[in-house]
Design a protein around this ligand. Structure first.
Ligand SMILES: [Zn+2]
Length: 166
């Protein structure tokens, strides 16, 4: 490509690769951990658990919801990649838990300059209830055995602390 839109990132990547040391890793979650969490840029999923690359499977989406794709990732993690603890981690001040779908559509429409009323936004009315339901989805999945520990936590973006709720 001849545009230079990613040059800064590619330069940083070359620096990163100079000290790259994960080539011997096998893709297994070495700490046995999987986390479903939000895409929010305030969350650093590995570091907030004291983990490092190679330790955990991280699945992110808006809100940190246990979607079908998240369940697919957890099933693969549990059976093929060494996962035996699953954390579901939504967070405080999350955009999808503090806006209605109509508000998000209005804001996106305003930004895009075109109608966004057709775009689905999976907002959360009650974060605690949604977390309980998401943990239940993992717990009752027929391919996720009882031996796997599952916890529901809310991450506080103002303190950096996890609070177990389920
Ligand atoms: Zn969020």
């Amino acid at each position: 490509m001849t545009d230079h839109l990613f040059d800064d990132l590619l330069a940083a990547n070359r620096t990163y690769a100079e000290n790259y040391a994960l080539q011997e890793f096998d893709g297994v979650a070495h700490a046995g951990v999987a986390m479903v969490t939000c895409m929010d840029s305030r969350l650093d999923p590995l570091r907030l658990l004291g983990l490092a690359p190679g330790d955990a499977k991280i699945f992110r989406n808006p809100g940190g919801r246990v979607t079908d794709a998240a369940l697919e990732a957890i099933v693969l993690g549990v059976h093929l990649l060494g996962v035996d603890r699953v954390l579901v981690v939504p967070h405080t001040r999350c955009a999808v838990a503090t806006n209605t779908a109509a508000e998000l559509r209005d804001r996106v429409s305003a930004s895009a300059g075109v109608d966004a009323s057709w775009q689905v936004f999976h907002v959360v009315d009650d974060q605690e209830a949604a977390l309980r339901e998401d943990v239940r989805k993992v717990r009752t999945h027929p391919l996720i055995p009882e031996t796997v520990a599952i916890g529901g936590f809310i991450y506080d973006v103002d303190t950096g602390l996890l609070d177990r709720r389920v």
